[in-house]
Design a protein around this ligand. Structure first.
Ligand SMILES: [Fe+2]
Length: 405
């Protein structure tokens, strides 16, 4: 049924009369499965692959084992160590691309593997497109049309949070105008996501925190998003449960594969929910703090998240079913109390994770409010995803409140 001709479906208790949902990437999850990469590549008939690996982890034994396995399986590789930080840009894609094509612009590989965090996975998606679609990467910014089908990409996250392993989005920044437009195409869906929690146990605290809280922002913003539906909420709810309860444990138990696995799975679920619904206040307000002042994406979202929830709770949004998913809570209390405590628990988690309470450390103060709001105005559509009306003026009040902290 088309969206224009919807009628109420009485058997659905979901209040949705139309459902839209995309999930395309094959997924395998398990501790230690990263050394099966060669087996999977063979199944897909990929013999020569470009491997983009985060330079911060490229010497780890667990990564060495992956390469040893590929050798054993007879897979040819061109390795490119990624050291561009958390905001890859279009020009870097053009430079890296040269490693993977010959003089006639023909691909030297038949697929890509990204081993790293969200930026590395996004970079692999970008290279898959550019290897068969020549010209500067900036030409493909946004949502490019008429693309030749990119090479397949397999992703292996080494952090838990960004959700890039499940989505068609690939974020890139233009260094000139500082705008993040990405290269987003339905072709970007990875062919397979291999989720091995063992790849995340050595993830240092700052990265664990900034990526983990990013995942929690995805879960909570997509849960409340106006465009959420019955299916996205199933993913968002479980994402919240896994992320909230295990973010509470991970700093005390960084080597615990179960905790890491739960975070990894939670982030994956949150990515699926986000892609199929939308982001909200945190997503919109955090973007200019990252683009103009270098606040890491996850941390920016983590600074804003408790205030966005506080705003929604004060204005009557009901998070009580999420409150019930927090380990050890008393489910018998009334909804009003649950919402008050829910907001409090989000603040407490952010403090426990040492997420800053304001933007001071990044040099952002009241003098910068106009820069932040100018960008926010361009993203009013994103603010409209919040279930409680939230204007640019509300954004200003919220940012000023944080700055007073
Ligand atoms: Fe995010």
């Amino acid at each position: 049924m088309s969206k224009g001709k919807k009628e109420q479906l009485a058997f659905l208790e979901t209040h949705d009369d139309f459902l839209e949902f995309n999930l395309k990437t094959k997924m395998r999850f398990g501790a230690g499965i990263s050394t099966d990469l060669g087996k999977y590549l063979k199944e897909f008939n990929l013999q020569r692959v470009g491997i983009i690996v985060d330079s911060a982890i490229s010497k780890l034994p667990v990564v060495n084992e992956i390469f040893e396995n590929l050798n054993k399986e007879g897979i040819k590789t061109i390795k490119w160590e990624y050291d561009l930080g958390f905001e890859p840009d279009y020009t870097s894609l053009d430079i890296a691309r040269k490693q993977f094509v010959n003089d006639k612009n023909e691909p030297l590989v038949d697929g890509f593997v990204g081993i790293g965090g969200g930026s590395v996975m996004d970079f692999s998606k970008g290279l898959s497109t550019l290897t068969v679609n020549p010209g500067p990467a900036i030409n493909y910014r946004g949502f490019p049309k008429d693309l030749k089908k990119p090479l397949p990409t397999i992703v292996m996250p080494t952090t838990a949070g960004t959700g890039s392993e499940a989505t068609y989005m690939a974020v890139f920044i233009n260094k000139e105008d500082k705008l993040k437009r990405g290269i987003n195409t339905m072709y970007n869906f990875p062919l397979m996501a291999i989720l091995d929690p063992k790849l995340t146990v050595s993830c240092p605290k700052p990265v664990t925190v900034s990526t983990g809280i990013d995942g929690l922002v995805h879960a909570l913003e997509s849960y409340v998003a106006v465009q959420s539906n019955y299916l996205t909420k199933i993913f968002a709810r479980d994402a919240f449960k896994l992320l909230f309860n295990n973010l509470n444990k991970v700093l005390d138990n960084p080597k615990d594969v179960n905790v890491r696995g739960n975070l990894m799975l939670g982030s994956y679920l949150a990515g699926i929910s986000l892609m199929n619904s939308g982001s909200g206040i945190g997503g919109v307000l955090s973007a200019p703090t990252s683009a103009h002042f270098g606040v890491p994406h996850g941390i920016a979202g983590g600074i804003l998240l408790p205030y966005a929830i506080e705003f929604n709770v004060k204005n009557g949004y009901d998070y009580s079913e999420l409150y019930d998913l927090i380990d050890g809570v008393d489910k018998s209390i009334d909804k009003k109390e649950k919402n008050k405590l829910f907001s409090k628990r989000i603040f407490e988690l952010c403090r426990k994770l040492d997420i800053p309470t304001n933007f001071k450390d990044y040099g952002i103060n009241k003098d910068n409010i106009d820069v932040l709001l100018k960008e926010t105005e361009k993203r009013e559509k994103g603010l409209a995803q919040n279930p409680i009306p939230f204007s640019v003026e509300d954004g200003k009040k919220l940012l000023l409140k944080i700055m007073e902290e």
